[in-house]
Design a protein around this ligand. Structure first.
Ligand SMILES: *[C@@H]1O[C@H](CO)[C@@H](O)[C@H](O)[C@H]1NC(C)=O
Ligand SMILES: *[C@@H]1O[C@H](CO)[C@@H](O)[C@H](O)[C@H]1NC(C)=O
Ligand SMILES: *[C@@H]1O[C@H](CO)[C@@H](O)[C@H](O)[C@H]1NC(C)=O
Length: 166
């Protein structure tokens, strides 16, 4: 019984770090934040900086999958020339976001938190620019709303963590 309690203690403490981190992240969807951070098996035993790296890795995995998804959409033939041009823009924006997130992960490891902030912000701006492209013409609906939302949410989580580390 004692050893069971002892074993459970670390994950309880880390659980509260995840919850605290998600509560302190303003403009972040709490449910999404908890689900995202808990999806990484390392989260329960890491510290705040570790959660910062994990949130960037999640954003990177997400952006990379979205980039592939956009390529499939372009090949699918389901989109007219207007939407195809927007999708081409998004493909470019997402490859830029991927490179900035990759760099921000390195910056995170080097504790260059200002650099992390600048690069993660740039990636989030890319997701907004992608989304806004579809809104330029009335009646158009972005096929990437969910993906863009995830990228900006995961970016917001990383930024909220970095603010506390600086
Ligand atoms: C928050 O995220 C959850 C899980 O991804 C989603 O089901 C819900 O719709 C989101 N809430 C808002 C307000 O976007
Ligand atoms: C992207 O993030 C959302 C929210 O955390 C998640 O539901 C989705 O599975 C993620 N996709 C990838 C490829 O990581
Ligand atoms: C984001 O990536 C692009 C392309 O690699 C680069 O030109 C830009 O400077 C980066 N932005 C930041 C803030 O690092």
């Amino acid at each position: 019984m004692l050893s069971l309690l002892f074993l459970e203690t670390p994950s309880c403490e880390a659980e509260s770090l995840i919850q605290e981190t998600c509560k302190k992240a303003s403009r972040v969807n709490y449910t999404l934040c908890i689900t995202a951070l808990e999806s990484d098996p390392r989260s329960p035993t890491t510290d705040l900086a570790g959660l910062g790296s994990i949130s960037i890795q999640l954003a990177l995995a997400n952006a990379t999958q979205t980039w592939s998804h956009i390529q499939e959409m372009l090949k699918s033939g389901r989109f007219d020339s207007y939407d195809k041009a927007r999708l081409e823009d998004c493909l470019e924006l997402y490859s830029e976001a991927i490179s900035n997130l990759t760099e921000s992960l390195k910056a995170m490891k080097g504790k260059s938190y200002l650099d992390v902030n600048v690069r993660v912000s740039a990636a989030m701006t890319d997701s907004v620019t992608c989304e806004d492209g579809f809104k330029e013409k009335a009646g158009r609906v972005s096929p990437l709303t969910e993906e863009n939302y995830y990228l900006s949410q995961l970016g917001s989580i990383a930024l909220a963590i970095v603010v506390r580390l600086r």
